[in-house]
Design a protein around this ligand. Structure first.
Ligand code: AMP
Ligand code: MG
Length: 368
């Protein structure tokens, strides 16, 4: 299949430029489009056949339900039933924006969208291109991230093409995504609204609007299955094995880690704070990307750097952990998953094994 690419000119009439893409969605084809979080792989969300194509294109497990995207607040009404007070409040405060709500579904929604669950995930994105595409398609658009399952989510049209060229009908190039990590998912069907996936709308923002908010224990505890089916899979993973170093002495320990890897002739990718990168020696086998100066900048660039490590052909990657305040909760959730939970804690001159693997070049006396 030839994949069409529409390069948008934001100064010109959007509707005209999106007409052909909307026609393809109406016909049951797949079109990738930008949102404020990441690029989505869109299909008519009321057409089972079209939604099945999403699972095939991504190689997505059939038990991982899709998010329906709408273009107006009131479009949630026919898709849901029994909206809770917290759901109504969240719509008011956070929509349009990077917040997905889990609500009771209506009979309109095909089984394939919800993977058989009696709830459905709904989001009203703020990106104007996404908004006009949904409106012109005249249906809710089912759209997971437009990557192959397991890979980092795409934040540019080029990333989408790298995974989906020849497989889907088209890609709308609307530039890079602002937020860079996926939407926050909140279950609104339980007595206390519960975060199933941290994202662009932070815990702090939700608490301010709603009062009590919980975090799904499955996100934190290793022995509990997450409530969002998609959160149980290895995800966001670059090709090279990745290790995450957290804790108060992360900079010094990352320096030792990198020197040992390079000493073994390995090419290593480093994603860390600028201060940590400044400690590293000059060496052609050290490929470093610095976090930037704010958490928003790190979120925006996270997947870009993880994908870049693939093209930079590194043998392994070491990432530095950050605090979990604000956007840090989403960033750390994605970094830990990218690292396949290979996590080390740096304290008291040692690297303490938390979970997953440790590389074999680390000497026993460095580990605990
Ligand atoms: P993606 O669009 O790739 O970001 O994936 C959508 C995420 O929403 C996945 O983690 C799904 O498991 C989650 N999700 C979708 N529908 C539901 C639902 N009804 N209940 C819980 N999680 C859901
Ligand atoms: Mg995804």
């Amino acid at each position: 299949m030839q994949t069409k690419l529409w390069l948008l000119d934001r100064k010109k009439d959007l509707d005209k430029q999106l007409q052909e893409a909307a026609e393809l969605i109406k016909k049951g084809e797949l079109v990738a489009f930008p949102t404020e979080t990441v690029y989505g792989l869109g299909a008519n969300g009321l057409n089972s056949e079209a939604c099945r194509k999403i699972f095939a294109a991504k190689g997505r497990p059939a038990d991982n339900p899709l998010i329906l995207h709408i273009a107006k607040l009131e479009e949630i009404i026919p898709l849901s039933s029994n909206l809770s007070a917290s759901a109504k409040r969240m719509m008011e405060v956070f929509w349009p924006g990077p917040l997905t709500m889990i609500v009771h579904k209506s009979d309109l929604i095909p089984q394939v969208v919800t993977a058989g669950l009696d709830t459905v995930a709904i989001r009203f994105p703020s990106n104007p291109v996404a908004n006009r595409l949904i409106a012109l398609s005249a249906c809710p658009i089912a759209a997971p991230s437009a990557n192959k399952s397991g890979k980092p989510s795409p934040t540019t049209a080029g990333d989408v093409l790298a995974d989906m060229e020849g497989i889907i009908a088209g890609v709308i190039d609307g530039g890079a995504c602002d937020i860079g990590v996926e939407s926050t998912i909140v279950d609104t069907t339980v007595p206390v609204p519960t975060i199933l996936r941290p994202g662009g709308i932070t815990l702090e923002m939700l608490e301010e609007a709603l009062g009590a908010v919980e975090i799904d224990p499955g996100l934190i505890k290793k022995d509990q299955i997450p409530k969002a089916p998609g959160m149980k899979y290895r995800h966001y993973a670059p090709q090279a094995e990745m290790y995450l170093v957290e804790g108060p002495e992360a900079p010094e320990q990352i320096k030792k880690f990198v020197e040992l890897a390079v000493g073994k002739g390995l090419r290593i990718g480093v994603l860390a704070d600028k201060k940590t990168i400044d400690l590293l020696p000059d060496n052609a086998n050290i490929v470093s990307h610095n976090w930037g100066s704010t958490k928003a900048e790190l979120a925006e660039k996270l997947y870009i750097y993880l994908r870049r490590f693939d093209s930079e052909k590194v043998d392994l990657i070491v990432g530095e952990g950050t605090t979990e305040a604000d956007l840090g909760l989403a960033i750390m959730n994605r970094m830990r998953k990218s690292a396949g939970h290979n996590i080390l804690w740096a304290e008291k001159g040692k690297l303490i094994k938390q979970s997953g693997k440790t590389p074999d070049f680390l000497p026993e006396n460095m580990l605990k």
